[in-house]
Each structure stands twice: as C-alpha cells, then as structure tokens.
Design a protein around this ligand. Structure first.
Ligand code: TXA
Ligand code: MG
Length: 329
C-alpha cells in the first residue's frame, strides 16, 4: 500500500493525529522533504533514527509554525531576532542555546546544550505543525547518507513502509537543505551553506559572517562529516569532457562537451544526460540538483561526470553538496 497522500484538510488532520500518537509523517518543506516526529516524544524521535539508519550522535532540527513558538525552547538574542525577522518563515536554521526543561527529547539535541530551530515556509509544513500542536523534529526524509528527497515519490523510494504517512505538496522549491547558522557563540558562523547565502546574512546583520564548513577538520556540526548526499556510483567533478559510459550532469551549454574517443555529449540519450540549468541559473540548478543526481544514479553508468558550477552565491551550497556526493570517505 502506498502511503503518499495529497495534503488535503482531512489528510492534515489524520497526519497530526499520527504525530500526536508517536508516529512518523513525511512532510514537504520548501528546502527538501522532512521526516517528522513529535520533538517532545523520545520514542517517536527514536523511530526517526531507526527509519533513517542515522548515527544517533547527529542532532535534528526542530520545526515550528511561527517564530514566537520558538521562545520556550531556545534563547533568542538580538542577532537571532533580526535573522528570524528577515528570513523566517524560510530556509534558515539557527543553532541557539537550548532552554533547560523545555521538554525537547535529548535524542533530538543528541546531548548538546544547543538546539537547531527553523520555521519552514511551505504552507503544508506550517499547517501540519500548527495542527499537531507540538514542535516537530525533522531531518531530511531519506536513508542516512543518501540524497535528500525533493518529491514525495523520492521519500517513498528511500523509506517506503518505515513512514506512517507521506504528505505530498509538490517538488521542493529551493531543493537544498536549509542554511545552518551557529549563533551559540560570540561569532556567528555558517555551518552548512544553503538557500540563504553568507552575503544575505551579512547584509542583514551588518557584519561579515563567514562559512565554517569544517574543512579544516574541526567539525562543529556532526552533519559536516564528509560522506553525505551520496549516489551509489562514483561522482567526478569539474568534468570538461566525458569518458564513454559516464553519465553527464551538465550546467549551462553542453555545446563543447565531447566524449573521449569521439561523439558529442549533447547527443547522449535522455537517461544519460541531465542539465541543472541550460541558462546557467543557480536557483534553477539548486532546485534540480538532487532529483537529477538520483535520475543519473544507475548501475549501467560507470560514473556521474559533473560540469563545474560557479562558486559564488547559491553556487557555494551547490558545490558543497556536489563535493560530498563525490567524496569516497
Ligand atoms: O532543510 C532542512 O534543514 C531539512 C528540512 C526537512 O527542514 N532538514 C534537514 O535536517 O536537512 P538534517 O537532520 O538532515 O540536517 C540537520 C543538520 C545536520 O547537519 C546536523 O548535524 C545539524 O543540522 N545540527 C542539528 N542540531 C545541531 C546542533 N545543536 N549543533 C550543531 N549542528 C546541529
Ligand atoms: Mg539530511
């Protein structure tokens, strides 16, 4: 039996009951689909880790319907207020000092004294959280280590019967997980690049905020551990030509992409070539990234060759996901 249901009023009602009863519901958000459970119910949260096969040290983001609902759970300083005002609801997650006795399961925060909070923009996610009446812990709705889902069908392929219900709400508009900013210390730092860029944040906070992506080996967020977002076949970055047997993930024009030994990449069958954005638009590329990686991830291809994507603005988040997809660690 398939559990994918259009997010009607009845479906939202049913989903919120499942959540209150300790069940798992996959919900659409503007970034990627999330696997939601009641953040206050440790046993429900344990089911998330179980369904995903996720290492239990990796903490989860807690989702709220409105900014003011966050107050009982986290210490919101002036910087957090400004960012919430500018970017919520939307693809920004803030790491804040956790309030004690807030009732959030220790499994959610993985024993840390901080908590990751976000108010998503997708109307179905917001309606679901409001109907459930509790904050929802929700990682991306996929098996740990594989590509995040941007459609309800992706969720079903990855998690199948482990989910009680999958609410469908169209393809995720942003297509990349939220930007994660750490505000628990004196200097804000971006731990995961996403739909909201360092430039956007720096402008609003009127100070320079840098990325701290754990490249130097000092991992601040367990999610920075390199292997993540990975297809089952090798991924080769910055390809300027194609080996025979490889699939191509293109960006911009493929006019000058040749196949070694003869032939043009542009003449490949549709199953073997996808273009993130023919016009070179980074927003379009972000929204297409995970679905296209998935579509090309077939055993008959020796690898996925990826053309280079510019490293500015949203390109930083796209390149971060591509680097992880290509890493063999
Ligand atoms: O767009 C998103 O953020 C999606 C949708 C469903 O909201 N969710 C998502 O969750 O990507 P997840 O669990 O796949 O990623 C959460 C990230 C991980 O990298 C985790 O390590 C980090 O946030 N994180 C969570 N709590 C943290 C904390 N207290 N301190 C540092 N990092 C934290
Ligand atoms: Mg994830």
């Amino acid at each position: 039996m398939t559990k994918i249901v259009m997010a009607s009023k009845d479906a939202l009602q049913k989903a919120s009951e499942l959540l209150r009863d300790g069940g798992l519901v996959a919900m659409p958000t503007e970034t990627v689909y999330g696997l939601a459970a009641n953040a206050l119910d440790g046993q429900a949260v344990a089911k998330i880790y179980e369904a995903k096969g996720r290492p239990s040290f990796n903490p989860l983001i807690v989702h709220f319907a409105r900014s003011k609902d966050v107050e009982p759970y986290a210490l919101i300083d002036e910087r957090a207020k400004i960012l919430a005002h500018a970017f919520w609801p939307g693809p920004l997650t803030m790491i804040l000092p956790r309030k004690e006795q807030s009732g959030v399961s220790e499994l959610v925060t993985a024993g840390l004294d901080t908590i990751a909070v976000r108010v998503p923009a997708h109307p179905v996610a917001r309606d679901l959280i409001a109907a459930a009446g509790v904050p929802l812990a929700a990682p991306s709705a996929n098996k740990s280590g594989s590509i995040s889902p941007t459609t309800a069908a992706h969720v079903y392929e990855s998690l199948g019967e482990a989910v009680d219900m999958i609410l469908a709400g169209g393809p995720s508009e942003v297509g990349l997980e939220s930007t994660v900013i750490d505000l628990s210390g004196e200097h804000p730092a971006i731990l995961r690049p996403g739909g909201i860029t360092a430039e956007d944040i720096s402008e609003v906070l009127e100070r320079h905020v840098a990325y701290d992506l754990g490249d130097a080996g000092d991992v601040k967020s367990p999610g920075q551990l390199l292997k993540h977002y990975a297809p089952g076949i090798p991924v080769r970055l910055n390809a300027i030509d194609l080996q025979r047997g490889e699939a191509l993930l293109a960006f911009g024009s493929t006019k000058f992409m040749g196949i070694k030994g003869g032939g043009a990449a542009s003449s490949l069958p549709e199953t073997q070539i996808k273009n993130l954005s023919e016009e070179g638009d980074l927003h379009e590329a972000a929204a297409n990234l995970f679905a296209m990686l998935r579509a090309l991830d077939r055993q008959e291809h020796s690898a996925i060759a990826v053309m280079s994507v510019p490293g500015h603005g949203l390109g930083i988040a796209i390149n971060d996901r591509l680097k992880r997809a290509a890493s063999s660690e």
